[in-house]
Design a protein around this ligand. Structure first.
Ligand code: PBG
Length: 328
């Protein structure tokens, strides 16, 4: 008696394994998140994100040149906003000379071909650390949408190629698309954070930008009234199909690892490119465990990135982009 099927034949050696491999990673897959701060010659390591930095504009110039040379062709910009510039309306977010607007220009000056994506949400600009305008203890939906559309236009004017709303207000893609069209930004894309969960994995990011929801009486201390419940699957599909309808060009699932079932569901139903954001907490876990010598950093990193693609994503926003590309 012998086994009917010997699956191990196709695993015999490296050559045959690579021949039958179904999924692969390439520099084309990655979006590199970058944290930008005011100042000159500032390169601050983020405590909970080892080997990841907040960069001033001069360092940003160097960094995007390095990325381009490595074959990394898109960046996703976030800014750390001075406490004095925060309010409950986002005035600084549409300042034509604000840090984000200058960062966009800086990247384009350094590497004109680099694809510039920008975070569109109020939290880095909000005194309350919320993604929208807060009124009577509620994160306002419709007034926030009107504002986010202006923020998107401001980024487009500064030279952004793709705006990436990460706020989870209802209907914001439609309002934003309309405003961009009205202003003639037909080619400015929208990458929608369409299935974004109220996850505990965002902690290190909120450290990086000092953007955590504040602990103030009558203000929600978490984002559960707009970000999705990790228990829900159908909701992710409804949210994403709505964003497709409203005019998104790319949809996104966030975080990555715990939500790959959602990625697969969407890959089976949605014809747009699907991005995954492998978030700060996912980065921190691998860094911490490998610092202790408990996990093999590179192997675990590549395994997770590969799993994201296998699940059905074609784009990955990841703090590991540089590390990964060096190994490919
Ligand atoms: C906020 C925003 C967050 C992230 C991206 N945009 C945090 C949040 O929703 O509180 C998280 C990214 C990460 O953890 O790496 N609009």
């Amino acid at each position: 008696m012998y086994p009917n099927q010997r699956f191990r034949r196709l695993r015999t050696n490296q050559a045959i394994r690579s021949l039958v491999r179904e999924t692969s990673l390439s520099p084309n897959d990655f979006i590199v998140p970058l944290f930008v701060v005011e100042g000159k010659n500032v390169k601050e390591e983020i405590a909970s994100m080892p080997n990841y930095f907040r960069l001033s504009l001069d360092h940003l110039t160097q960094e995007v040149k390095t990325l381009w040379q490595m074959g990394l062709k898109s960046v996703l910009l976030f800014v750390k906003v001075d406490e004095k510039l925060k309010d409950n309306a986002g005035a600084e977010a549409i300042n034509p000379n604000g840090l984000m607007q200058r960062a966009i220009d800086t990247v384009k000056q350094a590497v004109p071909e680099m694809l510039v994506m920008t975070d569109v949400a109020l939290d880095p600009y909000s005194v309350y650390g919320h993604d929208g305008i807060v009124q009577n203890g509620v994160i306002e939906n419709d007034t926030t949408n009107l504002f986010l559309a202006e923020m998107a236009v401001s980024h487009a004017k500064a030279g952004a190629d793709v705006v990436a709303p990460s706020d989870m207000m209802d209907g914001r893609i439609q309002v934003m698309r309309q405003r961009l069209e009205d202003e003639g930004f037909y080619h400015t894309g929208i990458m929608s954070y369409s299935a974004k969960y109220a996850s505990a994995f965002y902690g290190p990011f909120r450290d990086a930008l000092d953007s955590a929801p504040v602990d103030v009486k009558d203000i929600p201390k978490d984002k559960k009234t707009y970000q999705m419940d990790p228990a829900n699957r159908k909701e992710a599909i409804k949210e994403t199909l709505a964003d497709v309808q409203e005019g998104a060009d790319i949809v996104m699932v966030k975080p990555g690892l715990c939500y790959l079932d959602i990625v697969r569901d969407l890959a089976n139903q949605v014809q747009l490119p699907i991005a995954v954001y492998q978030v700060s907490g996912e980065y921190a876990m691998i860094k911490a465990a490998s610092e202790k010598g408990w996990l093999d950093h590179d192997a675990v990193m590549l395994e997770q990135l590969l799993a994201i693609k296998r699940a059905g994503a074609s784009l990955i926003a990841s703090y590991f982009a540089k590390d990964a590309v060096q190994l490919l």
